[in-house]
Design a protein around this ligand. Structure first.
Ligand code: PEP
Length: 251
């Protein structure tokens, strides 16, 4: 059985005192709980990685970056490399979040380069895929997901083995509109079947997590869906008691 991963994406939020309060609430809430192989990952803004690395002391809580450069080093102002994230204790890094695809025009090629760089640095890339509302309405959900997976498979080969895939329907991110359990399972199953065509062994073990308006109230049922191996949480990850409930959902 695949273990579950719960990831908090703080985006452009957090500050020194909030981070201290959050880490203390989470560490207290998870202390002495049997998480049954479940991993919790916090992705704060990069400037707070060192602070959070010193605060998150429970052994099941890991750090993640929200993005990394598609370059390794050099004249790339404002960028952070995978090796730098690794230096600051990151085990995971988000790649190709829809906010970066939209606002920073990240292409599938760039996303592949970033995922490969993360793996080279010893960090697990959490590669985000998902269709827009318009694409879903036009019946293109599967086509869009297939194109995204195809690009990963072609660009990464068997390195896709080291990826966590995040299905994040763009219409569900930050909107309060969560995918239904059926919609989520259909997409997750489709993603797994696309990888199965290339490598059935990898497809069976690849974690595919769901993101899009996850809350304490819907986390447990989402985690029970057959092909959902975890959750990527934005807004609700900024409310300590809400995120803690999500971490413990269904245990
Ligand atoms: C996200 O940003 O990845 C996300 C899923 O956000 P939210 O939970 O707020 O929809």
């Amino acid at each position: 059985m695949r273990s579950k991963i719960i990831i908090a994406n703080w985006k452009l939020n957090g500050n020194w005192s909030f981070n201290e309060e959050f880490a203390s609430a989470l560490s207290k809430g998870l202390k002495e709980i049997d998480l049954k192989d479940r991993q919790i990952v916090i992705c704060p803004p990069n400037v707070y990685l060192q602070q959070m690395n010193g605060l998150l002391l429970e052994k099941s809580i890991f750090l993640g970056g929200q993005d990394l450069s598609d370059e390794l080093s050099g004249a790339f102002t404002g960028e952070t490399s995978g090796a730098m994230l690794k230096d600051f204790g990151c085990r995971y890094v988000l790649v190709g979040h829809s906010e970066r695809r939209e606002r920073h025009f990240e292409t599938l090629d760039v996303i592949v380069k970033k995922a490969v760089n993360a793996i080279s640095a010893g960090i697990t890339p959490v590669v985000c895929v998902g269709e827009t509302s318009e694409q879903r309405q036009n019946g293109m959900m599967k086509e869009v997901l297939s194109e995204q997976i195809q690009s990963l498979v072609t660009g990464m080969g068997d390195q896709i083995d080291a990826v966590v895939l995040a299905y994040e329907p763009v219409w569900a991110i930050g909107t309060g509109e969560t995918a239904t359990l059926e919609q989520a399972q259909e997409a997750h199953q489709w993603l797994r079947s696309e990888i199965e065509k290339v490598n059935p062994a990898i497809a069976q073990k690849l974690p595919i997590i769901y993101g899009g308006s996850v809350k304490a109230g819907n986390a447990a049922e989402l985690l029970q869906v057959a092909d959902i191996d975890g959750l990527l949480v934005g807004g609700a990850s900024l409310v300590p008691h809400e995120f803690l409930s999500i971490c413990l959902a269904g245990l």
